[in-house]
Design a protein around this ligand. Structure first.
Ligand code: SF4
Length: 434
């Protein structure tokens, strides 16, 4: 199977050698480099960064985990050698290790995964392997945290590259959310209204730190995914007069709008400003307070790309992820989670053109899986999720061979006190019904 990373390397090499951009091109020539170059650059500069790709322009918080240097042998090994070493380690480990691969992960890594899915599907897939001592999560940091919360205490969750964070999750940190909550309590108080609805219910997207899931668990709130956001908002409106939704403003806005909440009742909370940049009345009148966060991958999609796709492929079906801006969701034929997108394509019985607004690795994989359809990414520029990009087969080979040697590296552990409250918020989500 051709991988986007191999394609990126070919394109960038061509760009370097010929000085000409290949069709579409990539968003950064640095994508052709090994991610370990960024581990080193961060160590030298003393500041964390997201690496090349869609989130590279975002500022990584100082506390963002950093990856130490990958041993040289893994950097120098060819793809074929790494493949042999990964398969050999997997064979030795057998059921002792399970490898999970997120939809947005590159194919060079996905080919070794035991399960492929979205973050919540993967955390649940790990539950089917209680015999596994190690859960190797080829995704990003918050996903590994969720797997640690849901797995047995003796199971070790491993993130092959610690620098694989999520720029969106990092946009809402626990301190800023606690500060926001305090200001909201000062305005709204804490007493329920005549119908027993509390002033505000916190709702966090799955793409957030365990600390924020715990915050929701502790404060009568709940977690949502992009598949169940509507059900979760309905759950919250039954119990609260309004919702504080973080970290993704777009998922919050798109979902609330679909439920009929007017835009003027959805103020944005900018954590760098007093009252989030709002006046008190706007907050009192609000139904959903949207955190000023976004996914840098999905923010790249725009209405002009949809118009171009419709001009190039009359009759094209445009499907986008709800992390895309509202005007993109409005201009698309449909919007939904990665699972929704997969199912929509699988359900098409006639050859169809699909323009997809989500991460390029997933789109390319769908195109390979369904050759009877014309499937392409709305964004003509190849620009993967820069944090997923930080995981490379070299890191996977390293963590697996360390396991074979009896050592656990890059373990992601969520403190027990955080786990308990986060689990409460996750359980509320599982119990929420339409
Ligand atoms: S695609 Fe966006 S939300 Fe998903 S991990 Fe990457 S930056 Fe985070």
């Amino acid at each position: 199977m051709s991988s986007v990373n191999t394609a990126i390397q070919l394109i960038t090499r061509e760009q370097a050698e010929n000085g000409a951009a290949a069709k579409g091109g990539t968003c950064s020539p640095a994508l052709a480099k090994g991610p370990w170059d960024y581990d080193l650059a961060e160590a030298l500069a003393g500041v964390p960064a997201y690496g090349p790709g869609a989130s590279s322009a975002d500022v990584a918080p100082a506390a963002t985990p950093r990856q130490g240097q990958l041993p040289e042998e893994y950097k120098r090994a060819s793809d074929a050698e790494l493949g042999e070493r990964i398969l050999a380690a997997k064979a030795v480990l057998g059921d002792r290790a399970v490898i999970l691969g997120h939809f947005y992960q590159r194919d060079e890594v996905i080919q070794y995964a035991d399960f492929v899915g979205d973050s919540f599907q993967l955390a649940n897939a790990a539950l089917t392997r209680p015999d596994a001592e190690a859960i190797v999560f080829c995704g990003v940091h918050f996903m590994a945290e969720t797997a640690d919360i849901l797995s047995a205490p003796e199971q070790a969750v491993i993130l092959p590259n610690l620098a694989a964070g999520c720029s969106m999750a990092d946009m809402a940190d626990a301190d800023s959310v606690a500060e926001c909550w305090e200001q909201l309590e000062e305005i709204f108080g804490t007493e329920p209204d005549a119908e027993g609805r509390v002033p505000v219910i916190p709702v966090t997207y799955m793409n957030s730190s365990a600390a924020l899931k715990a915050f929701c668990g502790e404060n009568g709130g709940i977690v949502c995914t992009s598949s169940n956001a509507k059900t979760v908002l309905e759950w919250a409106f039954e119990r609260g007069q309004r919702v504080l939704f973080f970290p993704d403003q777009h998922l919050g806005r798109n979902t609330a709008k679909a439920l009929g909440v007017p835009l003027e009742q959805m103020p944005m909370w900018n954590p760098r400003k007093d009252l989030g940049g709002n006046d008190e009345q706007a907050l009192l009148d609000s139904r959903v307070i949207l955190w000023h966060g976004f996914c840098s991958v999905h923010k790249r999609f725009n209405v002009a790309q949809i118009e171009q796709a419709r001009a190039d492929f009359p009759g094209v079906q445009v499907i986008v992820h709800p992390e895309c801006p509202m005007e993109v969701v409005d201009a698309a034929d449909s919007a939904g989670s990665t699972d929704f997108i997969k199912k929509a394509i699988a359900a098409a019985t006639e050859p169809t053109a699909f323009a997809i607004g989500t991460e390029i690795n997933m789109v390319n994989r769908l195109a390979a899986e369904y050759p009877q359809h014309t499937i392409f990414c709305l964004d003509p520029v190849i620009c993967p999720c820069s944090t997923m990009y930080r995981i490379h087969p070299g890191y996977l080979a390293w963590v697996l061979e360390e396991l074979v040697a009896g050592r656990i590296v890059n373990r992601i552990t969520v403190a027990d006190s955080v786990q308990d409250h986060a689990r409460t918020a996750l359980e509320r989500m599982l119990a929420a019904r339409p």
